[in-house]
Design a protein around this ligand. Sequence first.
Ligand code: ZN
Length: 457
Amino acid sequence: MTERIVIENCAVATVDADDTEYASGHVVVAGATIESVGAGPAPRDVENVVRRIDATGHLATPGLVNTHHHFYQWLTRGLATDHNLFDWLVALYPTWSRIDEEMVHTAAQGSLAMMARGGVTTAMDHHYVYPQGCGDLSGAVIRAARGTGVRLTLARGSMDRGESDGGLPPDFAVESLEGALAATEATIDAHHDASFGAMTQIAVAPCSPFSVSTDLLRQGAELARRKGVRLHTHGSETVEEEKFCHELFGMGPTDYFESTGWLGEDVWMAHCVHMNDSDIAAFARTGTGVAHCPSSNARLAAGIARVPDMLAAGVPVGLGVDGTASNESGELHTELRNALLVNRLGPHRETALTTRQALRLGTYGGARVLGREREIGSLEPGKLADLVLWRTDTLAHASIADPVAALVLGAPAPVTLSLVGGRPVVEDGRLLHVDEEAVARATRTQARRLARAAGRD
Ligand SMILES: [Zn+2]
């Protein structure tokens, strides 16, 4: 008989199509899925309740969905702090090219722990640095996600355009075209799960126009479509990238992506800061998704993405932490606030995002971008029980009547409970399946190992 968890007496923001909210409502979880959501207390006749939670003083939302990250960067935070993207990459590539399996596993643990503690229930890692002889990095990331208890989309990245081919990364940090494609296909075959409720999915993810060849983009897209997996890359991040594309390919990034098969409803792209009206129209027409990373874009002085215009045009948009070498906080719940604030600083000013739209970006928007909107991203019967109970009755939030405004605009709200497929992952702010202090110590050890290997220490 299916075991049930009843959560009641809390505010509920379902983030369904109508943005239905309950000032005091309930959620009934049956096994891995949501059985009912509604106003007032849960029905009294619910059977086989193994846990009944009085969530007074809390807001229940769908679990947060992160759509862009680079876990390995957890070991290189706080470096090259005054650089723009290209200078920052050139400064960090020599260190990044020294990573190994142990470092990547520890970095993934750190990245995942930080996000899970802040209400992320679906994580993604775009990993694109595979030095020769570095071990099984994809396996290390997947192991860390399983250990934390959150869902993972691993975007198997790659770089094959080294310095000698006009690219930005040093030659010793890149793979061959054939090697990258073969390893990506092997990762899909070994780990991709297309079933409802999958804990691990794989995407094909060449790094960026300035670090991969046109052939890798083209053949990567063909591979993804042959395998039925999604496609991910960085796009239109900086003015320098735009200039690079015009000089090398005679067109802007979006036209270049279109020419290589990289627009489509199975594609999502990080950043998309420098998009003109016709670029946005092309994304809308093709259903191409965007991972908006406001903190990273600010940290690297990349610019402000036109998120209100994208949403108005119907472009799917989710939120991303981005790698923690360009967003040291490593949290997604603070990106709800930053997405709102950054966009209100942009050209749209007061007609920019609303608090509800910010929450939608971090939940349903992210689910849609990852191709999982039928499973996660909103609290609705039949969907997976990925949900978070945010505490809103402490000093930080108690005087704010609107709980969604408290979550989005206030200080980071503590997570009292986080469920992934009905399984608790966080309780009272503590990770249940990971020893946070041990992970913190290991990340310091591995960060030092990497610094030494790169000759920085
Ligand atoms: Zn990135």
